[in-house]
Design a protein around this ligand. Structure first.
Ligand SMILES: Cc1cc2nc3c(=O)[nH]c(=O)nc-3n(C[C@H](O)[C@H](O)[C@H](O)COP(=O)(O)OP(=O)(O)OC[C@H]3O[C@@H](n4cnc5c(N)ncnc54)[C@H](O)[C@@H]3O)c2cc1C
Length: 412
């Protein structure tokens, strides 16, 4: 049982201070940014709208790139200690086509427990925390040397730099044209559930093995399942909104699984499902005046390849030196340069993921591909290795900030 993470100060106390950096959102990106900046001795306020720990719709699978980032941040031992399972196999089905591929690495752990560890690490490093507090970052005047966020109770929080790490929620930045996010017209939405089957369920339903990702692909989307710590099942799906409207969240996942010959029985139907906003989105500019976006809030592509956490971790580690340098000397070209930096770090993977997500809209193509993979598993292994292992060498020296934008001659 995880203990509740309480705010470390009251809202009026937080509003009465001037912060070096305010980080909005205590997910993977926000907690890691807070950790990195707090280690540099900066005054950090991490603001989270939910009570912590909080669940998150996610496939709960870390690829080796993500693990590598967490290891370099020094938090991997604590995440490994949660339990979870090393991943070794990927079992994919599309209708009657089936393929089983081996995985070169990865780890399955619940987001409830993992994000709890990350946020606690940020607090241990010295960051302050406000939970249960949703904020909107206010419009900036370009000559201002602080940026302000306001909560639902009217409290105003001030910082030299804001990091928006608020995930897929369309706010928290008030309606600045250049900070708007563009959502793909055919974007799917995310669904997720996490539960521990009881004894009856274990007898009656499909048996999931530890360390295996199960993926069912159908006409209206796909469902992924994995066992996490304590024998709990994590299910995550990306589905057409229209299918959810007609069958409900559990119904659409059940249909997708059954179309591939899998039946989780009543345990899934009883699980509490959560949904997300539309998934595939991009931001022309990943920053604003004294503002940087990091993680899903800077842009996201639907989750088939399971890379979102690796992208969020990379972005979080990369933004630390930018935020650190900006506290003392803001450069007006930082938003444009940070956007280019993100493209360099994530552009290739996100383009590839976008192409795959387009291909997934064609069931016949998917079935043929799965059949080909079952005949030539080495092809599948090669593709999985590319997705799992591709990482940028440029991050190596950038944590927690000894090689910031100034070192490249990019910023003061
Ligand atoms: C269906 C699905 C399956 C996925 N499967 C995988 C997978 O298997 N592997 C993988 O690597 N990635 C996966 N992802 C992607 C992964 O979940 C995200 O990329 C990752 O969580 C992004 O982290 P983040 O910190 O940017 O956002 P989040 O983890 O979403 O954190 C954002 C935080 O901000 C808070 N917040 C939002 N608005 C405000 C506000 N106004 N004020 C204060 N706080 C606010 C939220 O409550 C939340 O805690 C999946 C995603 C989906 C939808």
């Amino acid at each position: 049982m995880l203990t509740k993470l309480e705010s470390t100060l009251s809202r009026p106390q937080a509003a009465g201070s001037q912060w070096d950096v305010i980080v909005v959102g205590a997910g993977v990106a926000g907690s890691l940014v807070s950790l990195g900046l707090a280690r540099l001795g900066r005054r950090i306020l991490l603001i989270e709208r939910a009570e912590l720990p909080r669940p998150k719709v996610c496939g709960a699978c870390l690829n080796s790139d993500a693990i590598d980032g967490l290891r370099r941040a020094g938090v991997w031992p604590s995440i490994e200690a949660i339990g979870g399972h090393s991943l070794h196999q990927y079992s994919i089905r599309a209708g009657t086509s089936r393929a089983v591929l081996s995985l070169p690495g990865g780890h399955a752990v619940s987001r409830l427990a993992m994000d709890h560890v990350l946020t606690k690490s940020a607090l241990t490093a010295g960051a302050e925390l406000l939970t249960d507090t949703a904020v909107t970052i206010c419009q900036a005047t370009s000559d201002g040397d602080v940026r302000t966020a306001i909560d639902n109770f009217g409290n105003r929080y001030h910082a030299k730099v804001m990091i928006a790490a608020n995930g897929l929620t369309s706010k928290p930045v008030s309606n600045l044209a250049e900070e708007q996010v563009v959502v793909d017209a055919d974007s799917r939405i995310g669904l997720g559930a996490h539960w521990t089957p009881d004894e009856n369920d274990r007898d009656a339903t499909m048996r999931l093995a530890e360390g295996v990702i199960y993926m069912a692909v159908g006409q209206h989307g796909y469902v992924g399942m994995v066992l996490t710590e304590g024998g709990s099942v994590n299910l995550a799906a990306a589905v057409d909104r229209s299918a959810v409207q007609s069958s409900g969240p559990a119904g659409v996942c059940d249909q997708l699984l059954r179309s591939c010959g899998w039946d989780l029985g009543n345990s899934m139907l009883r699980a509490g499902f959560r949904g997300t906003q539309t998934l595939t989105r991009r931001r022309a500019l990943a920053g604003g005046h004294r503002l940087f976006f990091a993680g899903d809030s800077s842009g996201y592509v639907e989750p088939f390849t399971g890379e979102g956490m690796a992208w969020a971790i990379r972005a979080a580690m990369a933004v630390v030196p930018w935020a650190d340098a900006s506290i003392d000397a803001w450069r007006t070209d930082s938003p444009v340069k940070w956007t280019s930096e993100l493209k360099r770090l994530l552009g290739k993977q996100q383009r590839r993921c976008r192409l795959i997500s387009k291909a997934l809209r064609h069931p016949t193509l998917v079935r043929h591909t799965v059949r080909t993979l079952s005949r030539f598993p080495s092809l599948g292994r090669f593709a999985v290795e590319q997705i799992q292992r591709e990482r940028s060498t440029t991050l190596q020296d950038r944590w927690p900030g000894n090689c910031g934008p100034g070192a490249n001659g990019d910023a003061a």
